[in-house]
Write a protein that binds this ligand. Structure first.
Ligand SMILES: [Zn+2]
Length: 369
């Protein structure tokens, strides 16, 4: 079994193309990773994901710890077997989820929260999170961090970043190859804290670096300026992962700053609300104008949905609240995101990243049809 490796194959300005190798296969970067919080990407089978070209997905350590629980995962000898996915898996440490819950107590030792499933007390800290991700057998493990909201004060952001540093050290000691461990940079919306956090986290020698706690409601120019400040401090030869960016226009901006990895529930969530992402912008298939529209969702897309079904049929399914409508849109949106990243990479390879960005945004921000 091979371990983790990252190689840059080409650069274009600050944007980079690369390849990441994991014990469960390789994939090219910049990459979009579909999110499968509860050990499934909602409404898709692993076969759908493979057909779309997905080679890495995300799962969530904290959610899987609560349900089905580690004893079930142990019976299956890991998450790959349990969910029948043989591609790579990155697991979030639980930091983000924990801090969106009811936190009862937090100190340097860890966090006590109320379980969202049964209301009981759940304790999590770096040791617990690393044990969960070790049992899951994740190819890429995320360090346990403290997240804060966009409205956090300077003092709150500083304390959370300091604690994230302490917790990163404890996480680092517990994860060994072939599992890769990524450190997470915090620091809220304060440039000096972001830089300091990036220096602290990079001093520990992780296999990759994540930018956490952004794209959580702050204005986009702040997302960009914070990312820029962090990326400047990160080493060139390690992958950079922006946590929670899923809209193609934000991804384009972040790629041009030198970010390599992205994840978001955005494409699958909007699909469940009747929205298709297309090269001509977003289409809301619930709209009455699609009732008799016999065209496919996107003439440039060759996914199963676009090869087989009309807008009219999907509109009908949505209006009857048939789950198949949401499934067909989810298949298309995941295919679209993966195809979008593929075209982004091939245009960068040809030295045409800027043209791709400009042409894409012109059509995508149009009205759709
Ligand atoms: Zn399609």
């Amino acid at each position: 079994m091979d371990g983790f490796e990252f190689k840059i194959t080409k650069t274009y300005g600050r944007a980079r193309l690369g390849v990441i190798r994991t014990p469960h296969g390789s994939f090219e970067t910049p990459v979009f990773m579909p999110v499968g919080t509860n050990a499934n990407v909602k409404l898709l089978t692993p076969r759908d994901l493979k057909e779309a070209g997905a080679r890495i997905i995300l799962a969530n350590a904290f959610h899987l710890y609560l349900k089905p629980g580690l004893e079930v995962i142990r019976f299956h000898e890991g998450l790959h077997n349990f969910m029948a996915w043989d591609g790579a898996i990155l697991t979030d440490s639980g930091g983000f989820q924990v801090f969106s819950l009811n936190v009862k107590k937090i100190d340097d030792n860890g966090v006590l929260v109320k379980s969202p499933t049964d209301g009981s007390d759940v304790f999590i800290n770096p040791e617990v999170s690393m044990e969960i991700q070790r049992v899951l057998g994740s190819d890429i493990v995320m360090a346990f961090d403290q997240c804060i909201g966009p409205n956090a004060s300077y003092e709150e952001a500083r304390d959370a970043a300091e604690r994230t540093f302490k917790w990163a050290k404890r996480s680092r000691e517990l994860i060994k190859p072939p599992q890769a461990l990524f450190g997470i940079v915090q620091g809220g919306i304060y440039e000096d804290l972001r830089k300091r956090s990036a220096q602290q986290i990079t001093s520990m020698g992780f296999e990759g670096y994540a930018i956490g706690g952004l794209s959580v409601g702050e204005p986009q120019d702040i997302t960009i300026s914070m990312t820029e400040a962090v990326v400047k401090t990160l080493p060139e030869d390690k992958p950079r992962y922006f946590m929670g960016a899923g809209s193609p226009d934000l991804i384009l901006k972040l790629v041009s700053l030198g970010v390599d990895m992205f994840d978001s529930v955005f494409p699958t969530r909007v699909a469940r609300h009747g929205v298709a992402l297309t090269w001509n912008g977003r289409l809301n298939l619930r709209a009455a104008k699609y009732r008799c529209d016999t065209r496919s969702l996107d003439e440039k897309c060759s996914c199963y949905t676009c090869r087989t079904f009309s807008r009219s049929y999907i509109h009908h399914l949505l209006s009857k609240k048939e789950v198949l409508g949401q499934i067909l849109l989810t298949i298309h949106n995941i295919n679209f995101m993966i195809e979008f990243m593929k075209k982004l990479r091939s245009s960068t390879m040809e030295g045409k990243f800027e043209k791709f960005k400009k042409d894409f945004l012109k059509l995508y921000r149009g009205k759709g049809d």
